[in-house]
Design a protein around this ligand. Structure first.
Ligand SMILES: *Cc1c(COP(=O)(O)O)cnc(C)c1O
Length: 466
């Protein structure tokens, strides 16, 4: 399998290269050259297999010959043994044909663990073969950071630098990052918002000399391996609900468009999907796009679902590339319009033919959905999940088709919102009960590229031998 850039000017890469690279050198994102196909029989044969077995089977075609099937099977087993639920990603029924996919049973309580637990092992495997070190640089609006740090802590081949918007992530989210004291972990609080953090990271990737010198790699969902690992749960869930003999709809709380894009990948691989519902909070650039064709920046507001407080969705470019028949020139034009004019328009007739629907859930609706879920189903959900539930209900076309809402975080990760909606303070699971007593380590830096670059360069061990 080769990977190509959405902007057409970077060389195609192998799986190994694409995992270690992240952003393409032309500023684009890597996507598989073709979509591996799963026939109905292939999909049917997944029934009854463990999560780790399905992961190994569904993902093997993306690896090329980078990792043998037996080695990869051992990696998926190890990655998902860190989850506290036997099913890894269990499904809960909420009502007739309504389900919740619980993605929060990993070590840091958000869906990002599903991909990052595997990515940590991939780094070890691929770097061990090459006897190299990487410098991981990532921006987080809260959950990616802790999941990436948890996946990379203590790994000798990796130094990890995570930028978060200072004061704009929840206390639980911050502490899950800053209380990891391994010497290869560096937390940087930036005086700015998430988009500022993401822009700093992008700028470091686009500074090719810096990037090469420090061997910079990405753990954000611009890294193909992140998206790839997320494809698996669309298959396991759909199969447990009767796929391939029945289509399934998914409602996905969305920010950077990584999770829902993984659902789109599953669809392109042959999974029968009826609707993919893009659920946003009031930072609704994606919802506006799917309803009007206009993709336009509009500032970022802080919400009770902070992991979706973004202005520009980094993975969206991958979808645009497909929407325009994989024409890199169109993508390039649109992305330069986004930089220069703050937005672009797409052709609605093209958009109307696809499986996406989209909607927005405001702050009040988020809280009332949390409250309503507790009353109706005796289930505490986090604010991101609530956004998915509300928009899923709004956009659903057909009650006979199962609707699965992705529950992207544990309610205890966002206790303030959950408590204000329900009066109940959600308890952290056992492995995190002493989180607020642990020592924190964190550096605050201004929103200034040169300062951040110097800070990282002084600490990265990439030049010393492994
Ligand atoms: C990251 C995150 C999202 C958004 O996912 P994207 O892949 O960025 O669209 C939603 N909910 C939670 C809890 C998250 O951590």
């Amino acid at each position: 399998m080769r990977y190509i850039s959405t902007r057409g000017d970077a060389p195609s890469l192998s799986f190994e290269e694409v995992v270690l690279t992240g952003l393409a050198r032309d500023g684009g994102l890597y996507v598989p050259e073709t979509w591996p196909q799963m026939s109905k029989e292939d999909i049917r044969a997944l029934a009854g297999k463990s999560y780790a077995e399905v992961a190994a089977e569904v993902l093997q075609p993306f690896l090329g010959d980078a990792i043998s099937p037996a080695e990869f099977r051992a990696m998926t087993e190890k990655a998902y043994s860190s989850f506290s639920h036997e099913a890894v990603v269990p499904l809960t029924q909420l009502g007739p044909n309504e389900f919740l996919m619980e993605l929060y049973h990993g070590p840091t309580l958000a869906f990002k663990d599903v991909a990052l637990q595997l990515l940590g092992l991939l780094y070890d495997h691929l770097l061990g073969k090459q006897k190299k070190r990487v410098t991981i640089v990532g921006a987080t609006s809260g959950d990616t950071g802790s999941a990436a740090i948890e996946a990379c802590r203590g790994r000798d081949a990796v130094d990890i630098f995570i930028l978060h918007p200072a004061g704009r992530v929840s206390d639980v989210q911050r502490r899950q990052m800053t209380t990891v004291l391994d010497s290869n972990v560096h937390n940087i609080g930036i005086d700015g918002d998430f988009d500022d953090c993401q822009a700093l990271v992008k700028a470091m990737f686009n500074d090719l000399d810096y990037r090469d010198e420090l061997n910079v790699s990405a753990v954000n969902s611009i890294n193909w391996a992140r998206v790839m690992a997320q494809i698996v749960y669309f298959f396991t869930t759909a199969v447990s609900l009767g796929a391939p003999d029945r289509p399934i709809s998914f409602s996905v709380p969305s920010g950077n468009f990584g999770d829902i894009y993984a659902g789109y990948c599953a669809y392109k691989m042959g999974l029968p999907v009826d609707q993919l519902i893009v659920a946003t909070n009031k930072n609704d650039i994606l919802s506006r796009f799917f309803n009007t064709g206009e993709y336009r920046k509009d500032g970022v507001d802080q919400t009770v679902s902070p992991s979706m407080d973004i202005q520009v969705s980094s993975n969206f470019e991958r979808f645009l590339f497909d929407l325009y028949g994989r024409d890199a020139d169109v993508v390039k034009t649109m992305m330069s319009q986004l930089d220069e004019d703050g937005g672009f328009s797409a052709n609605m007739s093209q958009l109307n033919q696809n499986i996406f629907s989209a909607g927005m859930c405001n702050e009040e609706e988020t809280l009332s959905t949390i409250k309503g879920m507790l009353a109706a189903s005796n289930k505490l959900v986090d604010p991101h999940t609530a956004v998915g539930l509300k928009v899923g209900a709004d956009c659903r076309r057909n009650n006979k088709i199962p609707l699965v809402t992705l529950s992207t975080a544990h309610p205890a990760k966002f206790p303030a919102a959950v408590e204000s909606a329900t009066g109940i303070h959600p308890e952290l699971p056992e492995h995190l009960v002493d989180l607020f007593e642990r020592e924190e380590r964190l550096t605050l830096l201004p929103n200034d590229l040169a300062t951040v670059q110097t800070y990282i360069k002084e600490r990265a061990r990439v030049l010393s031998s492994v």
